[in-house]
Design a protein around this ligand. Sequence first.
Ligand code: R5P
Length: 311
Amino acid sequence: MKIMAGNSNLPLARAVAAYLELPLTDASVRRFADDEVFVEIHENVRGEDVFVVQSTSFPTNDNLMELLICIDALRRASAKRITAVVPYFGYARQDRKPGPRTPISAKLVANLITTAGADRVLAVDLHAGQIQGFFDIPTDNLFAAPVMAADVQARYGGEALMVVSPDVGGVVRARSLAKRLDNAPLAIVDKRRDKPGQSEVMNIIGDVQGRACILIDDIIDSGGTLCNAAQALMEAGAASVTAYLSHGVLSGSAVERVSKSALKELVITDTIQPTEATQNSDRIRVLSVAPLIGEAIRRIADESSVSSLFD
Ligand code: R5P
């Protein structure tokens, strides 16, 4: 087995390799003067089971091209099996046509990864489970929920908890976390805009009075969804609001927005390499999914069960 890394999240790739007690494959993934990606693998990979760790996070298009070109280089170097390990799968939010004449970019990216030569895909908390079906190759979708649940138990286990979904679409994810927290009660933030141009009204479904609320979502991008939900929960009488997110996209001034928000703490995972602003924020904490990814890789290589990781 070999672990190769693109440049999108080297600390995570190194941590996964360390978990597996393997060195990273000796390769250069660099740029020509005009920014085209160039990959050179400096060791023999013929007949090897190779896992390429690369999140397609910001800069999304560059990181996606790096992933595709790494896979192409491995295929041409006769690797036996290539698994694209994509901890954060970008373009996932465009997974259906929201209107006429719009793309389904998640499907296009799935096609690109397959065409480049990947034999399998390993992702973490895909935005929508059905994205697995966009691939005609085996795709494992790992859940960060066990890592989050252990952290919630350790930090907030003694409090009266309420798991909250920040929108109706996230209820399944929130319910799965609640189940892992001894069936904690569940609340939902229901956003409504009755007429175009009118400001959004946030209704809380569930009684959050005096509760330590655990908001859960897959992505924090601008931070709008979470910060507004946190505000609405505090106004509804919550004792505190902590948010757990799989993917800290945190674009633009999101970190600043979080630090000015009603959130007690934002907990993200390292599927995306945290920026300096994120690392310096005293309101944001990062949990590592490296052991989870490392264990899944070990099981794929050994051909043992990956789903039993979540029992
Ligand atoms: C939406 O479907 C996602 O689950 C997130 O709620 C969304 O991407 C968060 O975006 P933002 O932080 O910009 O509100």
